[in-house]
Design a protein around this ligand. Sequence first.
Ligand code: FES
Ligand SMILES: [Fe+2]
Length: 371
Amino acid sequence: MSQDSPLEKQTPDSLMLFGFWYRALPSNQLRRGRLTKAMLLETPLALGRDQSGRAFALRDACPHRGMPLSCGHLKGSEVECSYHGWSFDAHSGQCTAIPSLVADQKLKVDRIYAGSYPCEERDDFVWVYVPDPGPAGAGFTKTPPAPSPAPEVPKFSDRYKLAFLTADLPCSVDHGIIGLMDPAHGPFVHQAWWWRTQSSIHEKQKNFEPIPYGFRMSAHTPSSNSAPYKLLRWYADGDSVTTTIDFVLPNMRSEIIRVGKYWFSSLTTVTPITRSHCRIDVVAAWNIFRWVPFAPELLKFVFAKFVEQDRRTMEEQSEGLKHNPHLMLIDDADRPAKWYFGLKQAMLEMKNTGGEFQHPMTGPVTLRWRS
Ligand code: FES
Ligand SMILES: [Fe+2]
């Protein structure tokens, strides 16, 4: 246990990582011709869909006098501010009209930009790239494209089902993330007769390895003490079940389960909304049990139960965290949490110094715990 735990240094006023893609909201919350507000990393956004259905994300402040653009109107693929009617291209943010100008006033309208963000849709979610805060462009800079495409749920066949779940968590993104990859809370928080009970607790040993900007729980055969995995093994009819779990900065946990030609895959993100508030989004894709009626409903039910148990736990935990108690991280059960803080620190340092990314893991590690 370290004396000066990064947990105390970083919470509740948690640092947020800029320069990454984040899930802003589920695609079905964006309607054509309507503007919708969202918040990412304490940045207010006005999101919408143009008449061709393409999603866009603007900073929710007019570059003229700061009126939220979400109070304005979407006309085709232009957003008109409700205060003085300036219009902006919804995708680039470029100003297209200033109604107050008279014919001989030479202000170059097209040199003005509303803040805009790269925006892509993946697996029923709208993703927004939140860049590092650059030098203030004072409303005269065009947004550069994102350096990489938005992440997506890994898929291993053409036909599959997709479902998602989302829950608000009243805690910083750090507590959300380390709660997500905490292996020791399972028997206490996620009890259910069909999953596992406290008495099923036993010693586990898992191998981890560094991957770029993250770590991987190496492919393994899942624990035998849960009913769904037993069912999976029966379904697999002799094929071995393997699970791989990755965590990658800034906030992504992906889990891939493969059984012969069948697979189940999920990408869970914990998104900072403000410093003290985050949201967990679980998106799953699978081709397993596709012939079972109500399988998606059943899966959603199971997932919703887990997420609700985590949400309730974190709500209670946030009560305890209000008055800055001393916290500690122990080996080996909290080692993934330590790696997370190490990765985050390395990322911030790389951004500050422009140097290499110093990965906190030097090689494969075996962790042991009881759960
Ligand atoms: S504040 Fe938007 S047009 Fe003036
Ligand atoms: Fe959990």
